[in-house]
Design a protein around this ligand. Sequence first.
Ligand SMILES: Cc1ncc(COP(=O)(O)O)c(C=O)c1O
Ligand code: FES
Length: 399
Amino acid sequence: MNRRVYLDYSATTPMKKEVLEEMQPYFIDKFGNPSSIYSFGREAKKAVDIARDQVAKLIGAKTDEVYFTAGGSEADNWAIKGIAYANKDKGNHIITTKIEHHAVLHVCEHLEKNGFNVTYLDVDEHGLINLEDLKNAITDQTILISIMFANNEIGTIQPIKEIGQIAKEKGVTFHTDAVQALGNVAIDVNALNIDLMSLSSHKIYGPKGIGALYIRKGIKIHSFVHGGAQERRRRAGTENVPGIVGFGKACELAMENMDTHIKHLKMLREKLIKGIMENIGYVRLNGHPEKRLPGNVNMVFEFIEGESLLLSLDMVGIAGSSGSACTSGSLDPSHVLMAIGLPHEIAHGSLRLTVGDFTTEEDIDYVLEQLPKIVDRLRQMSPLYEKVKGGQKSCTQKK
Ligand SMILES: Cc1ncc(COP(=O)(O)O)c(C=O)c1O
Ligand code: FES
């Protein structure tokens, strides 16, 4: 049996044992409905309150500015639709970027069909937006700026504080999708001038299907689910108490371990990047060299397809992901890789490896032992590689 190495922490993380232990009583013993006034209900409500506090602490928010949702996608949907529809008397213009998660992009496309105008900002070759572009895009109709904190594919971290400052000066509400940043970057919603922020639990060693939207006090936003009075009448439905408890615990752990977590991930990331660069030719790192998530490695391996690479890696027990359409079930190559200017055929050879708390140096050694062999074998089958060997220049050489 091969070694199994999971390097897709940006897709999801395993739950921590401490998180599971915290959640367990709320399935059977403490099963009460937080809205009920007797003791069963009160103990569930108390657990939800504690979790809300744990989430708030990690982001520097007030407890009652945290609203639980069914995950990051729901938080993105709520933030953008909620602000758009609640403020359409003030304007109909929204600014976002070309590299957002689909939970933001598809909501914006929906709004475009419903009377809103959306500006999709370009990014540079490293995936960063240009602050001047942002300033120039703002009009008297602009009601929302939604720009992600850190990109899920290439890991680029945006200048959030500066974006928040611009939004504040212009009186425009600022939402950021911080699903990938949470736990990996220190976040303080006040210092960074953030008005709304989407969070997800399963990226920080918590359970799946639970997340939160931070909503600054005083922000005008529509309710997301109409019904009961839960989440201060803004998101109806009996709370996912075990999920909320688990998310809270995951936030508490993330806060306690942030420094060692970031150090560990960065060490592994650098080892992986260095090992690949030194042992494999015709590769390039996608994303920003420094302003990137501590656990993110995204590289292009010329002349081969990301999907073949993934399948070959899977055969030796290594799990990663790629931005190529073939593996994601859609027909287009990654919109993020296209936005940073990679030609279609190059975007095809991209591989994302994301490390996490349970990744070891031995895991990286194993990848560095397997990957060069796989790349070499796949390239031997590539007609494009034959041409380069015959004297033609490649894309990474032109750079
Ligand atoms: C940047 C970003 N936003 C939103 C989401 C969606 O989060 P969830 O899976 O909790 O709906 C993800 C998850 O892949 C993400 O990476
Ligand atoms: S067909 Fe595979 S990404 Fe273009």
